[in-house]
Design a protein around this ligand. Structure first.
Ligand code: GDP
Ligand code: CA
Length: 314
């Protein structure tokens, strides 16, 4: 495996999981560090939920529900209907198998283990070999400030209110008093390639890159830094990324994402339909690669991963 690059990939849920699955099929497990957003984590119905970690784990285990983008495929919902008897937060639904994952995580955390150790135990139980690393063991929480003045946790915004409220600001609670995972720092120090997967820039990648010292580290990264656009033809394929870019005052396009990653990446990969943005993005100081970046099949995921691994910027 000596001729393979060592890769650190930053990921949220669905968009990140697709590319990470492709990468995991090409790279030896020791050559891929998957750093996952924990800004969406919460305590709901007495359980500690880590939705992005679960989406990545379930995808790599081959059990993810690709239709919903969360939970386990063909799951049943008996526990969820009974939870409604006891908890007000019953807008947050768990499938029965998914409930088991969340019980196990909560149990391990209650026994004093870190989220990193907990994630490792759960992924090994699901026979996932890849290294899934929570961005931090501290509790960093994404908060969305709405136009009407209220503040929502990520799960309230995304699940309870279905991403409908208009957003004026996003911030990451506790980020200034939290430390990034040591395994993340080591991965950055020892990788040849940094890949920002096509996850939501503000909600999934924002919490990771805004942790103390991370931006500076990424700016000094010695290898090639590549991002894939989650916005194609002015829209997100799933979720509120396009809507949020607009509400924060930008035109929703791959260019807005490139601006957000300015100085953090060397290469930005955009879809063929967005070719007209290439020169604008190039002027931000990054190379532009135009490629098919919609990942429907496993082959699409592996092909995009292969194209990325072939990029050599130096
Ligand atoms: P979440 O945490 O589950 O909401 O998901 P992420 O933040 O990881 O990903 C959401 C983003 O993934 C959205 O902005 C989508 O546009 C993007 N996305 C989903 N599927 C694809 C795909 O096949 N290709 C690309 N380029 N982006 C995708
Ligand atoms: Ca997420």
């Amino acid at each position: 495996m000596k001729d393979q690059p060592k890769v650190t990939a930053l990921a949220g849920g669905v968009g990140g999981a697709k590319l990470v699955l492709g990468l995991s099929r090409l790279l030896h497990k020791d050559n891929l560090n998957i750093i996952v957003n924990t800004g969406d984590d919460d305590r709901l119905n007495g359980l500690q939920v880590s939705p992005d970690i679960d989406t990545i784990t379930y995808t790599l285990a081959g059990v993810a529900n690709d239709e919903t983008g969360w939970g386990i495929k063909s799951d049943t919902f008996n526990g969820a209907s009974h939870l409604k008897l006891f908890y007000e937060e019953s807008w947050f639904t768990f499938g029965d198998k998914d409930l088991a994952t969340n019980i196990k995580r909560t149990d391990l955390l209650n026994s004093g283990l870190s989220l990193t150790q907990t994630t490792d135990i759960i992924s090994k139980s699901l026979r996932v070999l890849s290294k899934i690393i929570p961005m931090s063991d501290s509790s960093i929480r994404t908060v969305l400030k709405t136009k009407t003045g209220g503040e929502l946790s990520f799960q309230e915004y995304f699940v309870k209110y279905q991403s409908l409220p208009e957003i004026v600001d996003i911030w990451y609670k506790n980020i200034e008093i939290s430390t990034p995972n040591n395994k993340f720092i080591n991965a950055l120090d020892n990788s040849d390639m940094l890949i920002i997967t096509p996850s939501n820039p503000f909600l999934s990648i924002g919490p990771i890159i805004n942790m103390k010292g991370i931006m500076e580290k990424i700016k000094r990264f010695k290898g090639t830094r590549i991002a894939v656009s989650p916005i194609i033809g002015g829209k997100a394929l799933k979720g509120p990324a396009g809507k949020i870019i607009k509400e924060l005052g930008e035109n929703p396009s791959c260019y807005a994402v490139a601006k957000y990653y300015k100085e953090l990446i060397d290469v930005f990969i955009i879809d063929e339909v967005d070719y007209k943005y290439a020169s604008l993005i190039h002027d931000l100081g990054m190379k532009v690669v135009i490629a098919p970046i919609i990942m429907r099949s496993l082959l699409d995921k592996i092909t995009l991963a292969k194209n990325i691994l072939c990029i050599n910027n130096h």
